[in-house]
Design a protein around this ligand. Structure first.
Ligand code: FMN
Length: 155
């Protein structure tokens, strides 16, 4: 199985830590939306799409990349994210990204990997930020376990 992890991580590199751990388990390259090419995406059996959450949305370059994919039968995709707060029912950004990936032709894994990340945006920055030390070793162990479940499913 060949895997690829696409990651946009612009605040503190929080999501990149998660992507690197998942990439290690899947033996996959981790590329940014600007580094990845349609050929690399087409060549992988499993592709991960993730970023930090900014203004209740995935990073715009990542969303543009997914929206720009030609719709055709594709392999497996998974979604992962880090954020300051849990996802709210008002704005289901992980579900929306999964929907775009389904539209592009991927079989999207129902399980999403999502953990908190250090957030120094706005007033939180004045007190050193929210979620200090995250993603933590425990978060990265959970990302590792998530990737191992993927491996078990995809062979
Ligand atoms: C401009 C900006 C907007 C953000 N908006 C949200 C948000 O709407 N909801 C949320 O839970 N976290 C929000 N955050 C916090 C980030 O999602 C969190 O810190 C994440 O771990 C950043 O990942 P990164 O270091 O990979 O960029 C925001 C952070 C920034 C810098």
């Amino acid at each position: 199985m060949s895997a690829l992890v696409i990651c946009a991580s612009k605040h503190h590199g929080n999501t990149r830590k998660v992507a690197d751990r998942i990439g290690d388990v899947l033996n996959a390259s981790v590329l940014t939306p600007s580094e990845v090419t349609p050929d690399r995406i087409d060549a992988a059996d499993v592709v991960g799409f993730g970023s930090g959450v900014y203004w209740m949305a995935f990073e715009p370059d990542l969303v543009r990349l997914v929206r720009g994919l030609t719709a055709k039968p594709r392999g497996t995709a998974f979604v992962y994210a880090t954020s300051g707060l849990p996802e709210t029912p008002l704005r289901r950004y992980t579900r929306d990204l999964a929907g775009l990936l389904t539209d592009a032709g991927f079989q999207v894994v129902p399980e999403v990997f999502h953990c908190r990340g250090l957030d120094t945006m706005g007033p939180f920055g004045l007190v050193g930020g929210m979620n200090k030390g995250r993603p933590s070793a425990t978060d990265l162990a959970a990302a590792d376990a998530f990737a191992r479940r993927l491996l078990a499913q995809e062979g």
